[in-house]
Each structure stands twice: as C-alpha cells, then as structure tokens.
Design a binder for this molecule. Structure first.
Ligand code: ZN
Length: 452
C-alpha cells in the first residue's frame, strides 16, 4: 500500500519558483511548514498538539494554555487527554496488515485501547473504509464516546481473509489537559483582529495544516511591522478548543472588532468566504471587496450554524464579527477527511494566493478610516495644489476620479470602504487618494464618531 508520506514531493525542486521571487519563496515556506507538521498524529488533546506547537514556535512567539480534564466550559467539559503510541492488525502469520506507523489515519482518532484476538467477522465491525475510493484511508474520530477501531483502504479490507486477527491499539485516555496557544501582537489600539485555526487533525493538509501555515506566516509578517490593530492568532482544537478559549476569555471578547477562521486554503479551488452571523460586518464587506477586486473566481456564502469554529464565535451570546475563509469548502471535495488530503493535494502557489488575500484584507482593515472634508462647499481647487492630473484627453484620469469620489463622500459618515464600494474602485486606490488629500489638509479624520 502506498501512503502519502513516501510520495512527498521535494518542495525545493519546483523549478517555476525562482529564488529571487519572494512571493514564490513565501508559498514554498508555507508548504514546508505543512510538510513538517504533516506526519504528526494530532487530536483534540495530547502530545501531537504540543509537538505541533513546538514547530510553530520556531517561527512565531506563542503563549500556551493547558486546561485540565474535567474543567467545565459553558455546556461542555474538557475531555480526557488522548495519546497513541502504536496500533496494528496482525494476521495469523504475525504480519502487520494494518500499521499505524505507515499512516496515523489508520487508527480511529480518540480510539480506546485494545489488545485482542478476533475472528474477521468481529473485527470488520471496527473497520472503516471508503468503497468508492479504494486506495484512500478515511479520517474518523470517536470523540466523546467509548469505541475502538481502524480506518483502512477498501483494498486492504478486501484482502483480509477469514482468519483470526490480533489487534492492538496502544493508546491512553487519561486525566490530562487540553492544549491551545495564542500569538498576541499588540498594536497602537487595543481593538483586536482575531485569526483562528484548528490544530486537531492528524495527517490532513488542506483541512487543518493549510490554515495553520497561512496564519503562522501572517503573524510572522505582522511581527516585523507597525500596525494599528492588535492581533490575536489562535491555534486551538476544533469546537472544544474554541469553546474553552471563549469560556476563559468571555470578558475580553468585546475587543474583537474583526475575525477570520482560516481553513482549507492550500488546494487549487476558487475562494469561498462564509460571512459572519452578522452578515454585513466590516470583515464581511472587506473580504467581499478584496475578492471582487482580485478578479479571480470566488463565491460569498451566507452564514450557517455548521462548519468550523465560526460556529462558536458566532453563537448568539457572542455574535462576533468572525467569518471563514476557504478555497474549496469542506465536505465538497472527495479528498476531504481522507488520506488523499495530502501534500499532493495542496500547492505552494495556492497557499501564497491565500496569504495574499488575507494580507490585503488586513491591510484594508488597518487603513479603513472615516474622514471629513475640510472644504465641503463645492470642489476644492485641486489644480492649484498640484493634485489634478491633466490628461488632455476626453477620458477621466482614474487618479482624479478617486480624488473626486473621496472629496464627495468624505463627510464624516462614509468610511473609505464605503467609498470604494460606491465608486467601484479598488480600496488601495481610494486609500491612496485619501492620504494625498489629507496631506494637503483637505481631509481630516473624523473623530471616533464612526462605528468603532
Ligand atoms: Zn475537518
């Protein structure tokens, strides 16, 4: 049986990424991080999460939390900690016919320990496969229930003859803790932008590792520059991690002005952005504007109470402005939650594009302010100030048009994003026009009368 580990392409051997192309290099760096995290067996608790955080911490600073088993978090309880060391099924000749060491998806995630000899008929009740994709291993979990099992390829299943099999899962479910980490980057304001990704899936690249990698490199990029907002990056196990974090930070969430859940960002599909529960929050409008301006294929999805941790952030008691950015949507691609969501399924250029979209959205949020014109009675004389570009032709110079849009709508009630949307011009063009006008004292920033 071929497993993805042995088919890992060398990310440095891809010729189309020139060394002097920093954009391509970033995509490759993100791919390398995914490759390094890929073999680790993660779950919602346990050493796999800690080892993954050790690797992330080489790139960005982290603050870790360990929340003990049994801690009450809203309507939930932190579960027992799960760790697995080995698992296998041996045939009557003592050969490992299913082996955790070749792929960690083989063990049902959170499986109870077992060591027994069973006839095939009984063993089969504990085996999971995907008949329509006979060479793929499914990813299955048994959180919050007492079960044991193995995930196998359909081909493996079909080669098992009627015989006695020895099964062994060397796992432990003990009182321990749930691990999560934050990377907090203070800005000039205490208002926060939250970026969250789940770290609980084992060897799955698009669903899990792609979001982690984009988040890590966004944080690294922000580390090296000044910013207005404070940023909080969360690396948390799905669902129970978000619930635990929210339970421990309930009094601080009002600082979160915008948020994004990042997942499935490494495949080659079109972008999908799922709006926050609010539907028209600034993050929702910013993301729609950036995706539209990019000219690439994309789709905006309405909020639904299913999916990733936006479900928790957007639960009615919090109702935070947190959307979810994906390329292909979970559950819609056949590789989802299977061993085919591997290093071949993701692409450095796709990671780079995902990073670029996130970066553009953060830059938009950083620059989105509300101004008031100092000269609202008729247009100010731009030519006298050297601001009007004379083209001599019949068409309107786009730079001039941007200045006129900003001057017209900068009345203390419209943000720069409002102006970009209404003018149909890209946000950076509008922001540049506003900066130019402000430098000539034709605009002043409206006081904190705006929405924030
Ligand atoms: Zn998943």
């Amino acid at each position: 049986m071929k497993v993805a580990l042995s088919e890992t392409p060398d990310p440095t051997s891809e010729g189309e990424h020139a060394e002097d192309n920093p954009a391509g290099r970033l995509g490759r760096d993100m791919f390398s991080l995914v490759s390094e995290l890929y073999p680790i067996c993660r779950s919602i608790t346990g050493d796999g999460v800690r080892r993954s955080l050790d690797i992330i911490e080489r790139t960005i600073p982290l603050t870790r939390s360990e929340v003990p088993t049994g801690t009450g978090v809203f309507d939930w309880e932190v579960p027992k900690e799960w760790n697995v060391r080995d698992a296998w099924i041996k045939n009557a000749r003592g050969e490992r016919v299913v082996d955790f060491r070749t792929c960690n998806l083989h063990v049902l995630n959170y499986s109870a320990a077992i060591h027994a000899v069973l006839p095939l008929a009984e063993l089969r009740r504990h085996l999971f496969s995907i008949p329509e994709h006979p060479t793929w291993i499914p990813y299955r979990t048994s959180y919050y229930r007492d079960a044991w099992g193995f995930c196998v390829t359909q081909q493996q299943l079909e080669t098992l003859r009627d015989d006695e099999y020895e099964v062994m899962i060397d796992s432990s479910l003990t009182n321990g803790s749930l691990t999560y980490a934050e990377c907090y980057l203070p800005g000039t304001s205490t208002d926060e932008i939250l970026i969250s990704c789940h770290i609980c899936h084992p060897s799955l690249c698009n669903d899990n590792l792609s979001g982690i990698s984009v988040a890590v490199f966004l944080a690294r990029e922000l580390l090296g520059r000044g910013h207005r907002y404070s940023y909080r990056f969360l690396f948390i196990p799905g669902t129970i991690g978000a619930i635990t974090w929210l339970a421990h930070n309930q009094s601080r969430v009002e600082r979160i002005k915008h948020g994004l859940v990042l997942t499935c960002l490494g495949d080659r599909g079109a972008f999908h952005y799922k709006r926050s529960r609010r539907g028209a929050a600034e993050i929702d409008r910013a993301m729609a504007h950036v995706l539209r301006s990019s000219g690439g294929p994309h789709q905006i999805l309405e909020f639904s109470p299913y999916g990733y941790d936006e479900r928790q952030f957007c639960s009615p008691g919090f109702n935070l402005p947190v959307g979810c950015l994906m390329r292909s949507v979970w559950g819609t691609f056949p590789e989802y939650h299977t061993s085919a969501d591997n290093l071949q399924f993701i692409d450095p250029d796709a990671l780079q594009e995902s990073f670029d979209v996130c970066r553009a959205v953060l830059e938009l949020l950083e620059q989105n302010r509300t101004f008031r014109g100092t000269n609202p009675f008729c247009e100010p004389a731009l030519g006298r100030r050297g601001l009007y570009r004379s083209t001599g032709g019949g068409s309107v110079d786009p730079g001039n048009l941007a200045l006129l849009w900003v001057l017209n709508l900068a009345d203390g009630a419209h943000s720069l994003l409002d102006i970009a949307e209404r003018s149909g011009m890209a946000f950076p063009v509008i922001a540049a026009a506003a900066n130019e006008l402000a430098s000539h004292a034709l605009l002043v920033e409206a006081e904190s009368e705006s929405q924030r």
